[in-house]
Write a protein that binds this ligand. Structure first.
Ligand code: SF4
Length: 319
């Protein structure tokens, strides 16, 4: 265990984007990827094998399944977590919108199966955006079924607009939704702040910060990111691609053994990563300029939005 250390990448956490399909269409959703470019769901055997190999080799602390809505494929989610439990990964989380089925019996079955598969934290997205689409009563029934199965770690995870304190109509609605669940023995997380990506860019523009030509910040400061030379987690996409950051792939676990992908990761050998590490966003812009790609003249909301946009434009040219 942990005998192959890569100083640039230590997978303490594995995340699986089980699917990008969803049974909701929330106004702020930033998981909206180009769904048509991904298979409907991750391959179960590949996912299980990945958990086993990474689990045995690196003893990660946590695993998470998300989407889209991962519980559109409850068997795959259960198989991933079962393997994680067997291989000794201590923290095994699911993020869900809580709408698992119209049929209460089916919801109970799923909850039972997840419990038996070793899931030990269920994070339920509850806020105005989700509840514009999903009846709160369905979410309540899912939570109640999970409680009946003995889940002790259920977390309500709201998405705040601007900040929890900001007094706007969305946050007011979210607060009143959370109040309606106050009788349940579950915790409320800090939640997250609506990000400038996905549908939020279209539907909620007025709540985003002003765009800047060269947004401030560096990798690792942004939510869910690490510096590229000190990556602590990997994310597996539904098609097997392995990401070390937002849309930043180091290969495909279908084509290359996951352990060798991790062991061979060296961001200094990938020109764009080297530029970002050494020169930040200026480096990214210079790298793009050399390829004939200019940044959006309107600017960007964040460094990650800029980074993703520029890399996509360069990839298009190189294709
Ligand atoms: S700027 Fe790019 S590399 Fe850095 S954290 Fe954001 S997406 Fe990742």
């Amino acid at each position: 265990m942990k005998d192959h250390i890569n100083k640039y990448l230590t997978p303490n956490r594995i995340e699986f984007a089980v699917t990008y399909l969803c049974n909701s269409k929330c106004k702020h959703c930033y998981s909206i990827k180009n769904n048509e470019t991904f298979p409907e769901h991750i391959d179960e055997s590949l996912a299980v094998e990945t958990v086993r190999k990474v689990g045995e080799q690196y003893s990660p602390e946590s695993i998470m399944t998300f989407g889209g809505e991962p519980l559109l494929f409850p068997e795959i989610v259960a198989a991933i977590h079962k393997e994680a439990m067997d291989v000794g990964i201590p923290s095994r989380e699911i993020i869900t919108n809580g709408y698992w089925s119209k049929d209460a019996k089916k919801v109970k079955e799923i909850a039972k199966n997840l419990k038996e598969s070793g899931v030990n934290e269920i994070i339920v997205s509850v806020d105005t955006f989700h509840q514009e689409q999903i009846l709160l009563d369905n979410v309540r029934k899912t939570i109640e079924s999970c409680l009946q199965e003995g889940f002790q770690n259920i977390l309500l995870n709201p998405c705040w607009v601007v900040s929890e304190e900001n007094d706007n109509q969305y946050n007011q609605k979210t607060k009143s939704i959370l109040q309606k669940l106050e009788d349940l023995p579950v915790r409320k997380s800090e939640g997250n702040i609506m990000e400038p990506s996905g549908l939020a860019l279209i539907n909620l523009k007025e709540f985003l910060p002003p765009k800047e030509k060269l947004p401030a910040g560096k990798c690792g400061d942004m939510p869910y990111t690490d510096p590229l030379d000190s990556v602590k987690g990997i994310c597996i996409e539904p098609d097997g691609k392995v990401a070390v950051c937002n849309d930043f792939y180091i290969g495909n676990a279908f084509e290359t053994d996951i352990i060798s992908l991790i062991e061979n990761y060296n961001p200094f050998k990938i020109p764009v990563m080297k530029e970002i590490i050494e020169n930040g966003m200026e480096g990214l812009l210079n790298w793009a300029k050399a390829k004939g790609v200019k940044p959006d003249p309107e600017g960007y909301y964040s460094i990650c939005q800029m980074c993703i946009d520029i890399r996509r434009k360069v990839n298009k040219i190189l294709k």
